[in-house]
Design a protein around this ligand. Structure first.
Ligand code: KG4
Ligand code: ZN
Length: 333
């Protein structure tokens, strides 16, 4: 089954062609980083217009690269949430238009669930279910029990900032450009992680929940107390990153123990961070990381998961709506 994937939840326009949920025939991402950089973050209205401008040329390129025609597509998978409403609507309208015109089924895919699927898609060996899923992205930080593709139980989530958001905010405090995550990682490489005694938050009676806003404020106060010399910036970046990752790793380990899981699926933009991968490698968990091309927002993970979702639940109808948030209580992510 040849699936066209469409991604437009935030500031990356993605088009991909994937066979049978796994074999990537093409996976193109048009990044808008240069457009938003001068504003220090994503400007939603600009993101929508850019998605609209970029979509058709990107679609043609993705089809060409995959060496398939529109008529050979069997299913159109689109990320219909969570994300920025205007941005979502561009991809969703394109997907509905294609579905209607080509008389091909449409399937709506949850972008966050797709970040976890990216690790499944990248795995060389069979996945052992149940396993723990850790979503570490710009908008979400959650631990879930993955019983199978499409069957999840929320274990814990952030009560304030997502981990990627905390990286982006700390980057701003350290006068680093957007997007901040990779910049903080680069700066942290030169710093001393023990220089500043920072703390991640814990939530009473909720051992698997996260809180990064206090940690971020810790960086703010520390940065105000002294001149931001190159050394101080490096040390602050290293201390922040180390503290946040230790918290994520210890909660993931605890969840794996409590739910008797050996394997952990990791997904979302922060999994791009090599220091995180190295720190996790010190544990005895069986770690399943997405390949680097599947860590950040992309449409291959949407097409891949769309294939499975279609098998599980059948097609979505043309009334499929864009959802800025998707509550966990709906039974999936
Ligand atoms: O998953 P993603 O592409 O988008 C969302 O679904 O949110 O994640 C983007 C987030 C941004 O906050 C970005 O700063 C962060 O991932 N990120 C990183 C790194 N690369 C991207 N954070 C830490 N270290 C990195 N190397
Ligand atoms: Zn994402």
């Amino acid at each position: 089954m040849i699936v066209l994937g469409i991604e437009s939840t935030c500031d990356e326009t993605g088009c991909a062609v994937v066979k049978d949920g796994r074999e990537i025939l093409s996976n193109l991402v048009a990044s808008q980083i240069n457009l938003h950089k001068r504003f220090g973050g994503v400007v939603p209205e600009l993101a929508c217009r850019e998605h609209a401008d970029l979509f058709i040329p990107l679609l043609n390129k993705a089809l060409n690269e995959a060496n398939v025609t529109l008529n050979q597509i069997d299913l159109i998978a689109v990320a219909n949430g969570p994300g920025l409403i205007g941005a979502l609507l561009v991809g969703l309208s394109a997907a509905k238009g294609l579905s209607f015109a080509l008389k091909k089924p449409l399937i709506g895919v949850n972008h966050i669930e797709a970040h976890l699927y990216a690790a499944i898609m990248s795995a060389k060996e069979e996945i052992e279910y149940p396993c723990i899923g850790a979503v570490l992205s710009g908008g979400h930080t959650s631990l879930v029990l993955v019983k199978n593709i499409g069957e999840y139980e929320l274990i814990g989530q952030t009560q304030d900032d997502a981990i990627g958001e905390a990286f982006d905010k700390v980057a701003k405090l350290l006068n680093l450009p957007y997007p901040g995550g990779p910049e903080v990682e680069k700066l942290a490489k030169k710093g001393n992680q023990a220089a500043f005694p920072l703390k991640s938050g814990t939530i009473k009676n909720r051992p698997f929940d996260f809180s990064f806003s206090g940690l971020k404020t810790g960086v703010l106060y520390a940065s105000r107390k002294q001149t931001l010399t190159p050394q101080v910036r490096e040390d602050l970046a290293a201390s922040f990153q180390h503290t946040a990752f230790e918290d994520i790793i210890s909660k993931t380990l605890k969840a794996a123990k409590q739910y008797q899981c050996n394997s952990v699926l990791l997904g979302g933009g922060v999994t791009n961070n090599q220091t995180l991968r190295n720190m996790f490698a010190q544990t005895d968990l069986n770690l399943m990381w997405p390949t680097k091309e599947l860590t950040l927002d992309n449409a291959a993970m949407i097409a891949g998961l769309g294939f499975h979702r279609y098998k599980i639940e059948g097609k979505s109808d043309l009334h499929l709506e864009a959802q800025t948030r998707i509550p966990w209580s709906l039974g999936n992510l």
